[in-house]
Design a protein around this ligand. Structure first.
Ligand code: 8YV
Length: 329
């Protein structure tokens, strides 16, 4: 009997996903969800042909050198800044992510965070729970309107477009965006979105949502100078990646009312959160949950598992990030 390929599932996942993988592979899993130190992760990768990862496992030249038999790493995330894709390609290792299956769910969450931020929902709930609500007042928790306002989107991929459609069609918002490349006219029309320079986006958006991938180029794309360009009544929402916003600068801007409020789902160095952000009231903070619905997380896990099966069993991954590896195999 031919031995099944050995794979590592780096974090706890649905039992059904483990069962799916066990049909094809010898699976070393981590259902206790221990965060392995780097040396332990590398030691566990050593004899594996495939790995199922999340955003918390870094796959770079060092990890690849420690795992000479590795052929594929399937990330259960659309973002893949935990992968050094050129190093994976050089090592002949296929990299996959989970696009499309989380687009609408993540766009829903972006909108939820925008509304919670603009309408001061969590801040007012804390006030109520603390027993401070003793009378109505004309200006109590007055926020910013969402309907009819100008929605700015930085990063206009699939999720950005989902947010644009919700804003334009659901809330009658004037949608503007900035992106590395301009959308084709049909997509701009479907989103009712107008392309603008980054400076204009910063200056005119009432609500600015960040949905761009993290890279060296997008590091601190929003820092003190960019925050200073925004309207004092503006809100900022980050559902993209920690590091795109300079969290210390954001905390200062919120404290000094440079902008009105922020909704933040992703943080520099998460799960640590900058203490200054915890100290300001005008920020809604959530623990990286934009894709967290049961059906979507199941779809993401299934797509990551299907990529492992697709490649290691049938020779064809579903959503490769470096398809050139397949050609040279
Ligand atoms: C994941 C995400 O939950 O898909 C992404 O890029 O940020 C989230 O949906 C997270 O990265 C865990 O892998």
């Amino acid at each position: 009997m031919v031995n099944k390929p050995r794979i590592l599932v780096a974090r706890a996942i649905f039992p059904g996903t483990i069962a799916q993988l066990e049909q094809h592979f010898e699976v070393e899993h981590n259902q206790a969800d221990v965060i392995w130190p780097r040396t332990e992760l590398l030691a566990r990768l050593k004899d594996k042909a495939g790995a199922f990862t999340t955003g918390s496992e870094r796959i770079d030249a060092q990890a690849l050198a420690a795992a000479p038999g590795l052929k594929i790493v399937a990330n259960m995330a659309v973002g893949y800044n935990n992968f050094d894709v050129p190093a994976m390609t050089a090592a002949g290792v296929v990299a996959t992510n989970t696009p499309d299956v989380l687009t609408e769910t993540t766009a829903d969450f972006g909108f939820a965070l925008l509304m919670a931020t603009a309408r001061r929902i969590t801040e007012s709930e804390h006030y109520l729970r603390a027993g401070q609500w003793t009378k109505w007042a004309y200006d109590m928790f007055s926020g910013a309107d969402v309907h009819g306002s100008t929605l700015g989107i930085l990063g206009m991929g699939r999720i950005g477009q989902g947010i644009a459609r919700r804003g334009a069609h659901g809330f009658g918002m004037n949608v503007i965006y900035h992106n590395r490349s301009r959308l084709v006219p049909e997509l701009e029309a479907a989103c009712k979105a107008r392309y603008v320079a980054k400076d204009e986006l910063l200056r005119t958006a009432d609500h600015l949502v960040l949905v761009l991938p993290y890279s060296k180029q997008s590091h601190h794309a929003i820092g003190a100078p960019e925050l200073a360009q925004m309207k004092p009544t503006a809100t900022l929402v980050n559902i993209a990646r920690g590091g795109i916003v300079d969290d210390a600068a954001l905390a200062r801007a919120l404290r000094d009312k440079v902008i009105a409020a922020a909704g933040i789902d992703v943080f520099e160095g998460e799960p640590r959160v900058h203490p200054d952000l915890l100290a300001v009231p005008n920020v809604v903070l959530t623990p990286h949950i934009a894709s967290a619905t049961v059906p979507t997380r199941k779809a993401m896990a299934k797509l990551a598992a299907d990529n492992l099966v697709g490649f290691l069993v049938h020779g064809k991954p579903l959503t490769p990030l470096n398809p050139e590896v397949l050609k040279s195999a």
